[in-house]
Design a protein around this ligand. Structure first.
Ligand code: ATP
Length: 204
């Protein structure tokens, strides 16, 4: 019987990196960030709903969502943020659900890559949860480097989520990413072996 695993972490803990490694091991990845972009892609029903709520300026001259415009509104107005979520979330859920079902039908184990899995209480939508772990100070460091942020900006992003140590206690399995990329790969392979997904780390 195939499994549906919810992969999560904190911002910058290494979720995308782990997803890529899991894809190499034959898992199919359903990515919440990609679904969120698809939900309001050019010409979509979702984008039309955004236009109805946020006005014509919500769409730029190329027919795409004007993320800067919409982003500024929802950043300053919780009610509007809620309205945007009410449009996008059901579409995202539907897109992810359909993709998941298609992969299961084809016989694959599926990774649901969901950054805010615990924040949005989605534990029950998957068979188990795996958390990619790094300390808060490492999160801040990696974010500063990857997104070219100041320490203050990086900290603000990290502290806007449920703390990684709390998530660690909520997850079924923890993948330690406090070390090097090679160590991450070894930690992941150890987990895959324990769970019976691979026989030995030489497989790939
Ligand atoms: P987000 O939640 O922001 O999407 P994420 O959890 O998907 O982040 P990644 O993008 O995989 O995290 O990793 C964050 C950054 O840290 C990337 O630039 C990645 O290359 C780097 N990184 C990940 N793991 C390691 C590691 N073990 N050593 C050094 N750099 C790493």
């Amino acid at each position: 019987m195939q499994k549906v695993i919810g992969l999560t972490g904190g911002i910058g803990t290494g979720k995308s990196t782990v997803s890529e490694l899991l894809a190499v091991h034959g898992f199919k990845i359903v990515d919440a960030d990609i679904a969120a972009r698809e939900a309001v892609e050019k010409g979509s029903e979702g984008l039309e709903q955004v236009r109805q709520v946020f006005g014509d300026e919500a769409i730029d001259e190329n027919g795409e969502m004007n993320r800067k415009y919409v982003g500024e509104i929802v950043f300053n107005d919780d009610k509007m943020r809620e309205k945007l979520n009410q449009i996008i979330h059901p579409i995202v859920r539907d897109l992810m659900e359909r993709q998941k079902e298609a992969y299961l039908k084809e016989g694959f184990n599926v990774i649901m890559d969901i950054p805010l899995l615990f924040e949005n209480n989605l534990q029950d939508t998957v068979d188990e949860t795996w958390l990619v772990y790094a300390s808060e100070s490492i999160q801040v460091e990696r974010l500063m480097e990857r997104n070219d942020l100041t320490q203050e900006e990086a900290k603000a992003r990290v502290y806007s989520q449920i703390s990684i140590d709390k998530k660690r206690r909520m997850a079924d399995r923890v993948i330690d990413n406090r070390g090097t990329l090679l160590e991450l790969k070894q930690n992941l392979e150890a987990l895959l072996m324990e769970e019976g997904y691979i026989q030995s780390s030489e497989e790939v």
